[in-house]
Design a protein around this ligand. Sequence first.
Ligand code: PLP
Length: 785
Amino acid sequence: MPVSLHDYSSHDQQIWDEELEDFVPDRVFDAHIHLFNPDHLSSTEPTANRWGATDLATIQQWAAKLYPGRETHFLVLGTPLRGIDVAAHNDWSIAQVRQDPQSRMNRLVTPACTVEDIRRDILEQRFMGLKPYRIFSVTGDIAQCRIQDFLPYPQLELANELGLWVTMHLSRFHGCADELNLSDLREFTLKRFPNIKWILAHCARSFTYWPIRQAIDQLRDLPNIWYDVSAVTDVRPLITLFSREDRRRILYGSDGVDATYFHGQYASLGRAWQGIDAGRLDLQFPHCDGRPILAIYEQLLSMKHAAEIAQWSGNDIENLFWRSAAELFGVRFGNDESDVNSVGHSLTQATYVRAKELIPGGTQLLSKRPEMFAPGLWPAYAREAHGCEVIDLDGRRFIDMTTSGIGSCLLGYADPDVNAAVGRRIAMGSMSSLNAAEEVELAELLIELHPWADQARFARSGGEAMAIAVRLARAATRRDKIAFCGYHGWSDWYLAANLHPTDVVDGLQGHLLPGLEPAGVPLGLSGTALPFAYNDLDELQQHISRHGNEIAAVVMEPTRNAEPDPGFLEGVRELCDRCGAVLIFDEISSGWRMHLGGVHLKYGIMPDIAVFAKAIANGHPMAAIIGRRRLMDAAQSSFISSTYWTEAVGPTAALATIRKYQTLDIASHTHRLGTRMSQAWHDLSRRFSVPVKISGHPSLLRLSFDHTEAAALGTLFTARMLERGFLTGGGFYPSFAHQEHHITAYIHAAEPVFAELAIAIQQADVLQRLDSAGTQVRHSGFARL
Ligand SMILES: Cc1ncc(COP(=O)(O)O)c(C=O)c1O
């Protein structure tokens, strides 16, 4: 029996004060709550006397009691009671909800509702979506029905057409673990109704540990799925959801008033559950302090414990309680000043100023210098990174539409599966005096994926792995010279291309950056690194004609900015075979994103050595050198050895990452999103007459402005997108965490920015605009800071 506000006990108050006050943030969006007016249910209905009158003021009073001092808004769901006057209930409820402009409502629908009525209500009455329920199933079987039995196809089609939210209380005994439910959700989200946004109520109806544990790996991969945690008081399903699902897909909900504002809880009994209402049972507590608390507080306590176990940050908890809902449903809390991405006094900026005093060049990687984006504005540091979102030291949040961690986080930041594997390994001890057996398993897996290779060695970063590959080639061939194309790291062998005297001036121009000084690289290496252009077989041929039997290796990416011309890779392979040079494919950036393994597998040209780093371990330090036995064996005639190449996190992360790649179609995903982004840039360019240059594969896109003031325009674009909550720079490498809606939001934000760029070009005042935005033209290459 629901309690009234007067039944809020001193023990409830104590639990709030001692346990929950510091957990529940200042803002709450309750995405699962009901209103009820007894006038809409005939008193002869059996449920009539179980439900108390609940209008908006009631749930506001409850919220003030339950979460004192918090600003609270609601997603009200139509109350699904048999015999309810659906139209009257909806009309009355939405009128209540409209009294709070920041609350929303999903319209109660039954199979008897006509599509015309629903459409009219949605368009005219401000409903946000639909609330179907199993008790209206046309099959008459309310416990074992399928989604389409209580949300018929015409209504599904309407929801898809209008892109509606649907709060779905799954039926069938095992909720989300039920094979029919899962196959329906797969079919609906992936194929038939891709625009419907589903909120799976009650942790996808997992009141016990079991359903969500069975289903999480499948649900997690489906698009357009969110969850509310309402009425789940068992901590176990919450732990599974919090630790294994994308945190941004989980919303707070209470299922108040009648379902959780009573003293008791939903107790698990094996795979079944039951509401235990202490007020209705004769419970005795001879051995303990027998004062049951409100079920909603039981739920909040379990959420708190699950958040601790899943190591959620304060930011994650805010997302859960209100921010995700605010973004998804367009809700504004308070005067929302704290969310505006204004710089003001910034710890992030101050930290970078200090860094430049303490760390030469400010950062460890040129591509992460704020000077490469929008000096003074670009957030140099991420306090947190999840999916495709980063949070700087000031708590400002950005959707990252740049390179997803310089190409390393292909699954998205803090991928839960990879992190779980790494966390386990760290807990067991990831470094000792002995080796990590995971490296053997990883060698096996890499060789299985690349059957031309026989052996593997491991390192922890791309540049050092390339240095190992070059050392192996030199040791095996007893030759010194390296013909190369593209960028391959910071090592001496590579920078030697810029040493003088040499027959090439500024050898790294077009491969890395123009005008790089090879200071610190021994002059004795001059003439050992011979650059050639991608797709220019003649240039490579000339090096080989001139230095044929001195060339140890040809080093290149199989592809980077362009597809190989027909016959190019075959030609390189043949030249290597003819002159006895080792063909080394650098797959550090190209690997995994266009093909499972190296992209060379897609082109059907096998190297002698291939090198992986970056995306091989989704953001954890790891690199692999795989190759043919006769070359890899050369490691034994040289000295290639390092302490941290033996720790266990790297190979553990790589195994978890690759195994996840094996279950996903990363190549299609990155291709689809990259293609959409490239089309969007072309479209913006045409609509606003702002000339752009777009190049690269969809999974490794590059963007610049085709204008004499390209760098200044790029800086202004970046600065304005920062104000709108997006990191954007000279390219976009989509990750698996990027979804269509991120691109849609990005395009929406970019429209006014392109309009401003057009004006800046017309008025030739881009520099003044940068000045008033507090930044200067970004660097295009290496510069002393
Ligand atoms: C093709 C290629 N090779 C080598 C490297 C160097 O790798 P790392 O930065 O891990 O040393 C990079 C990095 O951008 C790269 O893209």
